[in-house]
Design a protein around this ligand. Structure first.
Ligand SMILES: [Zn+2]
Length: 120
């Protein structure tokens, strides 16, 4: 799928113009939708890719990032990515995959230090 902001990664050694439509971060829960991506070659950090998603989240790394053609049936696509992708004229996740796709978001749960620790 074409990355619609691929020209915005000016410091990348290589700008990706296309990728699979979904990004799985093996250290995170939600599946995101990439809007731009690039390969970086830094002496201090080595080769790695950096990906910006429709929701504004950015990820960089090597093996924990995986571009995938569809999320697994038990995975959840970032709802902010989904809504912003559609607003920018991209097909919905369901249109891409051809089946129902769950969307969702992370919710912050505040645990006050004055009330003790949860789960202890
Ligand atoms: Zn997202």
């Amino acid at each position: 799928m074409k990355l619609i902001d691929s020209n915005k990664r000016t410091n990348a050694a290589t700008n990706f113009t296309e990728s699979a439509p979904f990004l799985r971060n093996h250290r995170a829960i939600l599946i995101h939708r990439p809007v731009s991506a690039g390969l970086y070659e830094l002496k201090s950090f080595g080769s790695h890719i950096a990906v910006k998603c429709f929701c504004g989240a950015t990820f960089s790394g090597t093996h924990q990032l995986e571009f995938v053609n569809e999320p697994n049936e038990d995975e959840v696509v970032c709802n902010a990515c989904e809504q912003r992708a559609i607003m920018r004229g991209m097909p919905s996740s369901e249109e891409i995959v051809g089946r129902h796709v769950h969307t969702g978001k992370m919710v912050l749960k505040m645990i006050c230090s004055h009330e003790g620790r949860e789960g202890v």
